[in-house]
Design a protein around this ligand. Structure first.
Ligand code: PLP
Length: 294
């Protein structure tokens, strides 16, 4: 492929009955300007997105990503995407991806200021090389998210369960983690519970039980975490959702940050406290995550 690929979607109503959406796609030069300066995605971060991992041309877990995109759109009062239209757009982008790992991004923006419709586009690009991170692991620090665990219920306008384009806070948290000598961060609620990382879900193992914070609205429900849980269940392992106090972190027997493109990154330290790394399981999990998944 050219290094990058981009396609603009003319979004149709979610109820439209049509088999082929090819004529609603316009392939554009990914290296050339394509958006209006009035775009609300760039002016205000007003929109939602998804990042899908692609392995050897196979886009992973497309339907769970499209379902989360629709959920994010609903939470943001954006028109709900037509699932089949977006599925076909992802298929076109995936067909442009070469062997190896790529990333497809889906963006649904509020549109141009005072304009009538949302703007939507899909891109494909080579993924960064995470081979070393998956093997060696990452150091993380905990950071206060500044909200209590019940905030999603109390203040739904904060859009915490939506994957919005407003990631400036998440990026600032990563920079703070780097300043503290770590690779990544785990957000804690202000009442002391474990949430998620700025761009990943957290999975912990205590003894024989795998656990992750319950996605009750304050965090994103990760497609990779769901996929890992299916895999663990198939192998007869106990995996569930819990309210996890931050004070439990130092006694974790293993921990991972998981996300669609980086996949399973084993955590080696949390706030400078060593966490045991289960190399065999980590490599098995990444092997599974790199296999075609639907
Ligand atoms: N939580 C946040 C805040 C994220 O940004 C992401 C991914 O970007 C995730 C969790 C993990 O989601 P997924 O596994 O679907 O990539």
């Amino acid at each position: 492929m050219t290094r990058r690929f981009a396609l603009i979607i003319d979004p149709v109503d979610a109820s439209e009955e049509r088999a082929d959406f090819a004529e609603t796609f316009t392939v554009v030069d990914a290296a050339a300007p394509a958006l209006s300066v009035g775009e609300l995605s760039t002016q205000r971060g007003d929109g939602v997105f998804e990042s899908i991992g692609v392995v050897d041309g196979h886009a992973q877990e497309v339907i769970p990503h499209l379902e989360r995109l629709a959920n994010s759109a609903r939470l943001c009062d954006l028109p709900v995407p037509h699932q089949e239209q977006w599925r076909q757009a992802v298929a076109v982008a995936a067909s442009e991806c070469p062997a190896g790992e790529s990333v497809i991004k889906l963006i649904l923006s509020r549109g141009v200021e005072h304009g009538p419709t949302p703007t939507a586009w899909v891109t494909a690009a080579p993924a960064s090389d995470f081979t070393k991170v998956r093997q060696v692991g990452i150091k993380v620090v905990t950071l206060d998210r500044g909200y209590g665990l019940d905030v999603a219920e109390r203040a739904p306008w904060l859009l915490l369960g939506a994957k919005t384009l407003s990631y400036a806070v998440n990026m600032a948290a990563l920079r703070e983690a780097h300043r503290r000598g770590a690779d990544d961060a785990i957000f804690l609620s202000s009442d002391g519970f474990v949430l998620e990382a700025p761009t990943a879900s957290l999975i912990l193992r205590f003894g024989d039980r795998f656990t992750t914070p319950a996605p009750t609205g304050g965090i994103l429900h990760g497609t990779t975490q769901l996929s890992v849980y299916e895999h663990l269940a198939e192998n007869g392992l106990d995996a569930g959702y819990d309210r996890i106090p931050a004070s439990d972190l130092p006694r974790a027997d293993a921990a991972w940050l998981v996300s669609s493109v980086r996949l399973a990154a084993p955590i080696t330290t949390i706030d400078d406290v060593d966490v045991p790394v289960d190399h065999a399981l980590t490599s098995e999990l990444n092997h599974y995550l790199l296999s075609p998944r639907d």
